[in-house]
Design a protein around this ligand. Structure first.
Ligand code: FAD
Length: 288
């Protein structure tokens, strides 16, 4: 099923993200986490792609498992980084042969310890979108950054580049994680003014442990942390259970506000953790 059709038929759409294991031996744990999450009222699940790493091959395996064994529409990620045009063409053919219909087209970043040419095929995600659309009938998603992509000099330039990507054939957008909803609302207004009208789903990362804090700051590319979020972290960072509960409550609060403001979708960065997904969705299941 095309994810763009899910966006046309319901609002808000709910999705989760899983990531492939570093070793094949970890695959069963991912399958079982996905299976647990599939019992929640979700519309699709996305599977990240680790460019150049050993886990790249498992994105397709997990995405087809979601489709075939769990009947959950999958969104398989794919990056330009560390891939030649031929690698990408082969990967798209593999996705197609496995019945994967939805691809999140990404530029990617330098993989750890990778020393080859970083973008030997396509330099920007917009070029990958064109390549995927030329290859077959796929529904294609793209990433966007409410607080500007770190490589862009300013948000207006970043949005101009985003417009090129959407015009290349992006059917829906998934945001980088953010903790301040006002940043998202300002961004959404700017996209509307620019004529970017595809559905936008909001990426929410629930904070569930103190070790995650530094990683979140890096992954989010420096997303603003509102004072109340910072106060919550400093109050509970030495109390793991309280931090987990407060982090989940913060994410729930963000989601309620986003849905009240007519968001197209919520994408939870669930990090292969069914418990977090379940806790969040159980409290607000009638909102979806
Ligand atoms: P692009 O859209 O290509 O943009 C990258 C930069 O180039 C931006 O600054 C943009 O303004 C600029 N730019 C774009 N087009 C042009 C142009 N024509 N001329 C000049 N400048 C231009 N990474 C992974 O490795 N694996 C994953 O699975 C993964 N999943 C992700 C999921 C989401 C929802 C998000 C938000 C990010 C994900 N990432 C993933 C990280 C992503 O690969 C990085 O953030 C990367 O730095 C940018 O990717 P992009 O697709 O947004 O790039």
């Amino acid at each position: 099923m095309f994810i763009k059709d899910i966006f046309s038929s319901k609002k808000p759409v709910l999705s989760f993200e899983v990531f492939p294991p570093k070793q094949d031996s970890g695959l069963d744990a991912v399958f079982s986490a996905a299976e647990e999450m599939s019992h929640l009222p979700i519309d699709y699940m996305s599977v990240t792609y680790g460019a150049g790493g050993s886990n790249a091959k498992n994105t397709a395996r997990i995405a087809s498992y979601l489709n075939d064994n769990l009947s959950v529409p999958s969104l398989a990620h794919l990056t330009c980084a560390a891939n030649t045009k031929e690698d990408i063409s082969n990967k798209i053919t593999e996705y197609k042969n496995l019945g994967i219909e939805n691809i999140l087209a990404l530029r990617g970043d330098k993989p750890k310890d990778y020393e080859g040419e970083l973008f030997p095929g396509y330099k920007y995600a917009s070029e990958l979108v064109t390549a995927i659309k030329e290859h077959g009938d796929f529904c294609v998603g793209g990433a966007c950054y409410p607080e500007c992509h770190p490589n862009s000099p300013n948000i207006d330039t970043d949005i101009n580049n985003l417009k090129i990507k959407v015009d290349a054939g992006v059917d829906f957008l998934v945001t980088q994680m953010f903790f301040d909803n006002d940043q998202f609302y300002n961004f959404r207004d700017k996209l509307a003014k620019k004529g970017i009208n595809v559905p936008i789903t909001a990426g929410i990362m629930p904070l569930t442990n103190a070790n995650q804090i530094q990683r979140m700051a890096i992954l989010s590319g420096g997303a603003s942390m509102p004072a109340k979020f910072v106060r919550m972290i400093s109050k509970y960072q030495d109390n793991p259970e309280a931090l987990k509960q407060a982090g989940i409550a913060y994410a729930v609060d963000q989601i309620i506000d986003l849905i009240s403001n007519d968001i197209n979708g919520i994408h939870l960065y669930t990090m292969n953790k069914p418990e977090t997904a379940r806790k969040i969705v159980t409290v607000i299941n009638s909102l979806f």
